[in-house]
Design a protein around this ligand. Structure first.
Ligand code: GLN
Length: 427
């Protein structure tokens, strides 16, 4: 199986190897010195297994792929409200280096363009530039699962030529978005853009996001799931700048590109992708990188909005074990829609039993909405003079330490529940 996946990646990469369109970024002089032929593709599964094809050990600078990670760090450290007060979440449809703010709020439109990214840097708490940057680098390293370093040549090169970003930072300061010295904030921004990564680092960083903030390789939780959800949302709508609409239609994964030639793409819950090829299109996105992602998505069916089949039934079986006692066997992952189906079925049948026994032994995963719905069934049925029991040996639906939160009667085995149901009926 692993060989088959390796073969897919090798083929998808080989299909683009002759593609030599685009040009190296040259507005940061040092970026034009890299080997234009380098081409690496890495895919990390959600359990941390990495497939690599081509030049996956070549280091390049992360550039704008740093933006979602610094944004996530700011959200993590100061909270969403404080971040939202300074940076919007609307796609700008503009180039990454547009000197712009939202007309009404006078804040950057989102954190994926330079204006928002520079603001995000200023929101990471720190006593001075070094302290702030240490936190940022530590966070990127935790996402990648190894210690990352700065390319001092690229940093120096961008610092020497970054007048456009200076214009943006001073504009932000004039609107009160930056509270700190703009040059100090820019220094950190230039350093973060110059962090060296490989395509495999990017795949690992992507998978940390795909796993809701938990690095699958180290097992370390680096960020909360809500922060990741917000970050991925902004990547979906703004990650590929003015090519975002095309990207979401064709590829369908939250993603971010950088002028160093990297692209990171995340398939939530499933995998992370890192690609490196430094020739860029007019929008600053890697030409081969975009094509590889398009083909990965279409050939491996990775579009996050593809509806492959109607959600399978969460009700595995329904049967009567004795007069007045009906068992509903629930299985799989249970979210709102699945729980609704179970509730509706059980409520529809309620004239045909006294006690409904929900056997959730085979439920894999459940969220709080579904939990509240299944446990709320008891109160609902009480109005009709009926009872509901749960068979939940592993505490999937009602965790042992949360029993007090729910008005539920829980058994460890179906036999115990059925016996109790019989007695309830007889009483
Ligand atoms: N350091 C680059 C800049 O600020 C990052 C831009 C990018 O990767 N799109 O111009």
């Amino acid at each position: 199986m692993a060989e088959l996946v390796q073969h897919y990646l090798d083929r998808i990469r080989a299909e683009q190897i002759e593609l030599r369109d685009g040009a190296l970024a040259s507005y940061i002089p040092e970026l034009s010195t890299v080997d234009p032929e380098s081409f690496g593709l890495s895919l990390s599964t959600s359990d941390g297994y990495v497939y690599e094809s081509g030049d996956t050990a070549v280091e390049f600078t992360i550039q704008s792929i740093s933006k979602p990670f610094t944004y996530a760090l700011a959200l993590e450290l100061i909270g969403q409200d404080a971040v939202d007060a300074k940076i919007g979440v609307e796609p700008s449809g503009e180039a990454f280096n547009e000197i712009s703010v939202d007309n009404v709020t006078k804040t950057p439109k989102n954190a994926m363009i330079n204006a928002g990214a520079i603001a995000a840097v200023s929101l990471v708490p720190g006593a001075g530039a070094d302290d702030r940057f240490d936190r940022i680098l530590e966070f990127y390293s935790a996402c990648a699962g190894r210690r990352l370093h700065v390319d001092m040549d690229v940093y120096g090169s961008e610092k020497a030529t970054g007048n456009r970003n200076r214009a943006i930072a001073y504009m932000l300061a004039s609107f009160g978005v930056l509270d700190d010295d703009p040059d100090e904030v820019l220094d950190v921004y230039f350093r973060q853009c110059s962090v060296r990564v490989t395509s495999t680092d990017l795949a690992r960083m992507a998978t940390t996001l795909a796993r809701g903030g938990c690095n699958p390789m180290t097992g370390r939780r680096v960020s909360g799931a809500k922060v990741v959800r917000r970050t991925l949302s902004v990547m979906v709508t703004c990650g590929m700048y003015d090519a975002t609409g095309d990207w979401v239609s064709a590829v369908g994964m939250p993603a971010k590109s950088g002028v160093g030639g990297g692209i990171v793409a995340v398939l939530p819950g499933q995998l992370g992708i890192g690609v490196y090829s430094p020739r860029l299109d007019a929008r600053g996105n890697s030409v081969r990188g975009v094509e590889v992602c398009r083909n990965l998505s279409s050939q491996l069916g990775l579009h996050f909005l593809s509806v492959t089949r109607e959600s399978s039934s969460t009700l595995r079986a329904v049967f009567e074990v004795s007069p007045g006692v009906r068992v509903y066997e629930v299985h799989g992952d249970l979210l709102f829609a699945g729980a609704e189906q179970v509730l509706r079925t059980a409520e529809r049948d309620r004239d045909s039993y006294d006690v409904a026994v929900l056997d959730v032994t085979r439920v894999d995963d459940i969220n709080d909405a579904a939990r509240a719905m299944l446990t709320g069934m008891r109160a609902n049925l009480a109005a009709a003079g009926k009872e509901a029991y749960l068979v939940d040996p592993d505490g999937r639906v009602v965790p042992a330490d949360r029993r007090h939160e729910y008005d539920a009667i829980v058994f460890c085995t179906l036999e115990e529940a059925v016996e109790a149901a019989r007695q309830w009926g007889a009483s």
